[in-house]
Write a protein that binds this ligand. Sequence first.
Ligand code: AMP
Length: 483
Amino acid sequence: MKFEDLGLSQPILQALDLKNYTAPTPIQEQAIPTVLEGRDLLGIAQTGTGKTAAFMLPSIDRLSAGEHGAPAKSCRMLVLAPTRELAGQIAESARDYGALSGLTVASVVGGTSVGKDRQKLSRGVDILVATPGRLIDLIDQRVLTLRAVEILVLDEADQMLDLGFIHALRKIVDLLPEGRQTLLFSATMPKQIKDLAAKYLRNPAHVSVAPQSTTAERVEQFVTFVNQPEKQALLTLMLQKGFASGDMDLVLVFTRTKHGADRVVKKLGQAGIRANAIHGNKSQPQRERALDEFRRGKVKIMVATDIAARGIDIPGVSHVFNFELPNVAEQYVHRIGRTARAGREGMAISLCAPDERDYLRDIQRLTKVTLTKVPLPSGFRAVVEEEEERTRSAPQERAPRGGRDGQRGGGNRGPRREGGQGGQGRGGQRNNARGGKPNPNRRRDGEGEGRSEGQPRRVEATPRGNSQKPSPHARGRTGRQPR
Ligand code: AMP
């Protein structure tokens, strides 16, 4: 199938040529003709499948065919996304795809100046990409009205619900004209999404690719068993080896907590390895800089929490490390979906502590993949001892107040969530013990990584590495479980 066969206009086809897209992806093949017809659509697809173009290309065509531009302080297409990063990427794609169509594009997200948003919107804009919290603020402040919206896109709807945006979504949709076209994309189809679709979509076409539990075949998946306190040394060593051998290109490291992400960056820095952290406590400029440096390969390692990384689309990610296993198995699928994008191969390496084995079991059950066990690499003991020595001679770090620090905190508490909007991925919904209404005073956009605390950290005898065993960065070789 070619893009030409889908009924897209010349300016779009030329823009796709400039992007070097040769053929549509399956979701694009399914969605584009339907959206061009003006039908509502319910799409089950994760990021990485090409879903942004699937809704953006036909929408641009439809908007271009219209006779009127956007009135002042309004937009013709509204795309709602759960995080600032995703909103930024969608807006960027819209600019690329619509480069020759003459449409205006803007994005409005939390953490930036409302004054600037006011300017952007004063004369109206064709395509507006927004996070729900900021959009409501702008409507409340009469910077924007939604009366001219012709197309509504709810992107990553499951994630928006997990982040507690349901009230915001209802409020926004109630302000939209009845006759609009609505496109809803979600990686999963829980009951809440079905209900949302039933309420807001009219006779929608259904399209679906890659069910949630499927991990990309091109991702090789490994697990190494290691005690929690020794994970840092292991990560450092694996990164040193991976970059020295030229196997690693861009590396994404996932932690479950913001503190954890900062600490990994700090410890890597102490070992002479540059990395950036991206999580909900970082300011918008800090996040943008981190993403930009990562994308350009200036800083090749990014340490992220789940929410901050969701939707991030950086094609050159060769390795994903799970420094801590996610406590919700679906999150694993999202994490490793950050690699092996745009037809490339990728590698996912999970560092599994003894008390994370249940999480590993859940992941393997969900994905129906048994992760290849890889023993601790050669030289690991020496690195651990060096690290211990460094820690002994360094001034003691003070534990964060209230024992929040999962890495340090003892006790058998298990993962815990804080913060009303909290929830990394789907777990946020289930574990949001406080339930109830989100606190409107909290900053919401992209701030979903409620401080999921670390897991209980029992120290067990260190598994000994075998110097003959392969490492996960030796592609294609597999190893035996190290005990
Ligand atoms: P998405 O699922 O929208 O996040 O897109 C994932 C990645 O695939 C992005 O880097 C897109 O630029 C890229 N992409 C989307 N459609 C195509 C296509 N037809 N051919 C090649 N790359 C594509």
